[in-house]
Design a protein. Structure first.
Ligand code: ZN
Length: 166
Protein backbone atom coordinates (compact mmCIF):
# COMPACT_ATOMS: atom_id res chain seq x y z
CA UNK A 1 0.00 0.00 0.00
CA UNK A 2 1.57 3.31 -1.00
CA UNK A 3 1.54 6.48 1.05
CA UNK A 4 -1.19 8.13 -0.98
CA UNK A 5 -3.60 5.22 -0.57
CA UNK A 6 -2.92 5.06 3.15
CA UNK A 7 -3.46 8.80 3.54
CA UNK A 8 -6.69 8.51 1.58
CA UNK A 9 -7.97 5.68 3.80
CA UNK A 10 -7.05 7.61 6.95
CA UNK A 11 -8.88 10.68 5.64
CA UNK A 12 -12.00 8.64 4.90
CA UNK A 13 -11.88 6.99 8.34
CA UNK A 14 -11.37 10.37 10.04
CA UNK A 15 -14.26 11.83 8.06
CA UNK A 16 -16.64 9.07 9.14
CA UNK A 17 -15.53 9.34 12.77
CA UNK A 18 -16.17 13.07 12.69
CA UNK A 19 -19.47 12.61 10.86
CA UNK A 20 -20.47 10.04 13.49
CA UNK A 21 -20.00 12.56 16.27
CA UNK A 22 -21.45 15.45 14.27
CA UNK A 23 -24.61 13.59 13.33
CA UNK A 24 -25.16 12.41 16.83
CA UNK A 25 -24.38 8.73 16.52
CA UNK A 26 -22.15 8.84 19.57
CA UNK A 27 -23.00 10.30 22.95
CA UNK A 28 -21.14 13.50 23.72
CA UNK A 29 -20.46 14.72 27.24
CA UNK A 30 -22.12 18.02 28.14
CA UNK A 31 -18.83 19.60 29.00
CA UNK A 32 -17.37 18.61 25.64
CA UNK A 33 -20.50 19.90 23.94
CA UNK A 34 -20.28 23.26 25.71
CA UNK A 35 -16.56 23.53 24.99
CA UNK A 36 -17.13 22.91 21.28
CA UNK A 37 -20.40 24.88 21.21
CA UNK A 38 -19.43 26.97 18.18
CA UNK A 39 -18.79 23.91 16.03
CA UNK A 40 -21.73 21.92 17.38
CA UNK A 41 -24.26 24.75 17.10
CA UNK A 42 -27.34 23.62 15.15
CA UNK A 43 -26.15 20.02 14.93
CA UNK A 44 -28.00 16.92 16.06
CA UNK A 45 -26.36 15.47 19.14
CA UNK A 46 -26.90 12.60 21.55
CA UNK A 47 -26.41 13.32 25.24
CA UNK A 48 -27.08 11.26 28.31
CA UNK A 49 -27.60 12.37 31.87
CA UNK A 50 -29.68 12.34 35.01
CA UNK A 51 -32.98 14.24 34.93
CA UNK A 52 -32.83 16.74 37.80
CA UNK A 53 -35.24 18.90 39.82
CA UNK A 54 -38.55 18.77 37.88
CA UNK A 55 -40.16 19.15 34.47
CA UNK A 56 -41.45 22.66 33.78
CA UNK A 57 -44.46 22.39 31.50
CA UNK A 58 -44.95 25.00 28.79
CA UNK A 59 -48.14 24.23 26.83
CA UNK A 60 -47.50 21.10 24.80
CA UNK A 61 -43.82 21.21 25.65
CA UNK A 62 -41.66 21.04 28.73
CA UNK A 63 -38.22 21.85 30.03
CA UNK A 64 -36.17 19.17 31.69
CA UNK A 65 -32.68 19.71 33.03
CA UNK A 66 -30.18 16.93 32.71
CA UNK A 67 -26.83 16.58 34.42
CA UNK A 68 -24.23 14.11 33.20
CA UNK A 69 -21.67 14.79 35.93
CA UNK A 70 -19.60 17.07 33.68
CA UNK A 71 -22.25 19.76 33.28
CA UNK A 72 -25.99 20.43 33.02
CA UNK A 73 -28.21 21.66 30.20
CA UNK A 74 -31.88 22.43 29.56
CA UNK A 75 -33.74 20.06 27.24
CA UNK A 76 -36.78 21.37 25.37
CA UNK A 77 -39.07 18.45 24.61
CA UNK A 78 -42.71 17.61 24.01
CA UNK A 79 -44.84 16.78 27.02
CA UNK A 80 -45.34 13.20 25.93
CA UNK A 81 -41.60 12.64 26.07
CA UNK A 82 -41.32 14.55 29.34
CA UNK A 83 -43.91 12.20 30.86
CA UNK A 84 -41.60 9.25 30.20
CA UNK A 85 -39.39 10.59 32.97
CA UNK A 86 -40.75 9.38 36.30
CA UNK A 87 -38.03 10.19 38.80
CA UNK A 88 -36.18 13.49 38.98
CA UNK A 89 -32.97 13.86 40.93
CA UNK A 90 -33.05 15.84 44.16
CA UNK A 91 -31.77 15.26 47.69
CA UNK A 92 -34.16 12.31 48.11
CA UNK A 93 -33.84 10.67 44.70
CA UNK A 94 -31.40 9.73 41.99
CA UNK A 95 -33.21 10.78 38.83
CA UNK A 96 -33.89 8.71 35.73
CA UNK A 97 -30.96 8.51 33.36
CA UNK A 98 -32.15 9.68 29.97
CA UNK A 99 -30.62 9.53 26.53
CA UNK A 100 -31.60 12.56 24.48
CA UNK A 101 -31.28 13.00 20.73
CA UNK A 102 -31.85 16.53 19.60
CA UNK A 103 -30.61 19.73 18.04
CA UNK A 104 -28.06 21.67 20.06
CA UNK A 105 -28.42 25.45 20.19
CA UNK A 106 -25.53 27.52 21.45
CA UNK A 107 -27.79 30.58 21.84
CA UNK A 108 -31.37 29.56 21.14
CA UNK A 109 -33.32 32.30 19.35
CA UNK A 110 -36.61 30.73 20.46
CA UNK A 111 -35.62 30.73 24.12
CA UNK A 112 -34.02 34.04 24.94
CA UNK A 113 -30.52 33.22 23.72
CA UNK A 114 -29.90 30.43 26.19
CA UNK A 115 -27.96 27.30 25.44
CA UNK A 116 -30.30 24.32 25.06
CA UNK A 117 -31.13 21.13 23.19
CA UNK A 118 -34.41 20.69 21.33
CA UNK A 119 -35.09 16.98 21.71
CA UNK A 120 -36.36 14.92 18.80
CA UNK A 121 -36.45 11.76 20.90
CA UNK A 122 -35.67 10.67 24.41
CA UNK A 123 -35.22 7.31 26.03
CA UNK A 124 -35.02 6.41 29.71
CA UNK A 125 -31.96 4.15 29.88
CA UNK A 126 -31.91 3.70 33.65
CA UNK A 127 -34.69 4.18 36.18
CA UNK A 128 -34.15 6.53 39.08
CA UNK A 129 -34.46 5.44 42.69
CA UNK A 130 -34.66 6.94 46.19
CA UNK A 131 -31.37 7.64 47.89
CA UNK A 132 -30.60 5.85 51.15
CA UNK A 133 -31.89 7.10 54.47
CA UNK A 134 -30.60 10.60 55.11
CA UNK A 135 -31.53 10.74 58.80
CA UNK A 136 -28.27 9.46 60.34
CA UNK A 137 -26.10 12.19 58.77
CA UNK A 138 -28.69 14.80 59.72
CA UNK A 139 -28.66 13.51 63.26
CA UNK A 140 -24.87 13.76 63.35
CA UNK A 141 -25.04 17.32 62.04
CA UNK A 142 -27.64 18.30 64.62
CA UNK A 143 -25.49 16.65 67.29
CA UNK A 144 -22.43 18.66 66.26
CA UNK A 145 -24.43 21.90 66.19
CA UNK A 146 -25.79 21.11 69.66
CA UNK A 147 -22.27 20.56 71.02
CA UNK A 148 -20.96 23.77 69.44
CA UNK A 149 -23.90 25.79 70.77
CA UNK A 150 -23.43 24.27 74.23
CA UNK A 151 -19.74 25.18 74.22
CA UNK A 152 -20.52 28.73 73.09
CA UNK A 153 -23.20 29.20 75.73
CA UNK A 154 -20.90 27.76 78.40
CA UNK A 155 -18.06 30.05 77.26
CA UNK A 156 -20.37 33.05 77.30
CA UNK A 157 -21.60 32.10 80.77
CA UNK A 158 -18.07 31.91 82.14
CA UNK A 159 -17.19 35.28 80.58
CA UNK A 160 -20.13 36.87 82.36
CA UNK A 161 -19.19 35.16 85.59
CA UNK A 162 -15.61 36.41 85.36
CA UNK A 163 -16.57 40.04 84.68
CA UNK A 164 -17.26 41.28 88.20
CA UNK A 165 -13.88 40.03 89.48
CA UNK A 166 -11.80 41.65 86.68
ZN1 ZN B 1 -34.56 26.58 22.62
Amino acid sequence: MDKVTRALILTVVAFFLFAGVAFGIETISLNQLIETAKVMDGKTVVVQGEAISEALERGNNAWVNINDGTNAIGIWLNREDANKIKVFGDYLNIGDKVKVTGVFNRACVEHGGDMDIHATSIEVVENGYPVKEKVPSQKIAIGIIFVVVTLMVTGFYFKIMKKPTS
